[in-house]
Design a protein around this ligand. Structure first.
Ligand code: CP
Length: 325
């Protein structure tokens, strides 16, 4: 496959291959010399039209650990502010020899537009588009869940998340993390339940491969993992109801609620967090919360994605990563 635009691009075997490759790459990160020569001479462009901390930095770290040259492009301070189009920006990157373009854009569908255009000859990786998708976040979340709930997988039994119950809580309406997460977790065999106030559940959720509940307290004891989502105030209009205080009271995860989860269950958050809103500091800082671990895992997942897209390895051999230099 040349691009990664949607979690729907991934079959179960594709997803397990990425998770297994990330697992091998994560093991290499424990060695004294972490860099691999795999992408030496290749150029990865981080094309960010929207703010990011974790995704941008981890793609940069991932590309550098694979010895690629990295160009960081931020729309702020670029000729985009003078009205330059996505097409002309892409043609400029093509002229500079981009082998992969990692794009975050406020417009849903922008990565898809790039991937099916003739503007770029390299791979396109979606790093989050509007309220649409964030496939590498879904992959790093699945990787984190597999490590915490199943083991390290690595082909064969236990490679996926079959039967694991994942509850996704909060602003589903605006969440590209939820859209990609539901798709990928379903592909990997997990049972997903969305929990949110009715105003933050998208129309059409009936066609998603998951259950929906409005009662967080009822779902918590039946969850192996509870993924809290940020309330995206920047994408809200007057339709946001209930109030923030009421939201926090009914849908926020605090210490009392966390105590109702099974002992083995973990709390996840993709970040950035609104502490005190969807999650209390007590929960965010507890050992059951995987938020920081998710960031670490994000580098391994993004290395695996770049490696498999650009490294030229076939699906049969790609999980054998080259030796560290
Ligand atoms: N989870 C995530 O996408 O974070 P950033 O917006 O900081 O990249």
């Amino acid at each position: 496959k040349r691009h990664l635009v949607s979690a729907a691009d991934l079959s179960r075997d594709d997803a397990v291959l990425i998770l297994d490759t990330a697992e091998e790459l994560a093991r290499l990160a424990d060695r004294p010399v972490k860099k691999l020569p795999t992408l030496r001479g290749r150029t990865v462009v981080n094309l960010f039209f929207e703010d990011s901390t974790r995704t941008r930095i981890s793609f940069e770290a991932a590309a550098k650990r694979l010895s690629a040259d990295v160009i960081n492009f931020s729309a702020k301070g670029s000729s985009v502010s003078k009205g330059e189009s996505l097409k002309d920006t892409a043609l400029t990157l093509q002229a500079m020899g981009a082998d992969a373009v990692v794009i975050r854009h406020h417009a849903s569908g922008a990565p898809h537009r790039l991937a099916r255009s003739e503007w770029l000859s390299g791979s396109v990786v979606n790093a989050g588009d509007g309220t649409h998708e964030h496939p590498t976040q879904a992959l790093l979340d699945a990787f984190t869940l597999r490590r915490r709930l199943v083991g390290t997988g690595l082909r064969g039994a236990g490679a996926d998340l079959a039967g694991r119950r994942v509850t996704v809580v909060g602003d589903i309406l605006h969440s590209r993390v939820a859209r990609s997460g539901v798709r990928l977790l379903h592909t990997l065999g997990a049972e997903v339940t969305l929990v949110a106030p009715p105003t933050l559940i998208p129309v059409g959720v009936g066609s998603w491969p998951c259950a929906v509940s409005y009662d967080l307290d009822a779902v918590l004891p039946k969850s192996d993992a509870v993924m809290m989502l940020r309330v995206q105030r920047e994408r809200m209009n007057a339709a946001f109801f209930p109030t923030e205080r009421e939201y926090s009271r009914r849908y926020g995860l605090n210490g009392d609620r966390m105590a109702r989860m099974p002992e083995h269950a973990v709390v996840m958050h993709p970040g950035p967090m609104n502490r005190g809103m969807e999650i209390t500091a007590e929960v965010a800082d507890s050992p059951r919360c995987t938020a920081v671990e998710q960031v670490t895992n994000g580098v391994s997942i993004r290395m695996a994605v770049l490696y498999l897209l650009l490294g030229g390895a076939s699906p049969d051999s790609a999980s054998t990563v080259p030796a560290a230099t």
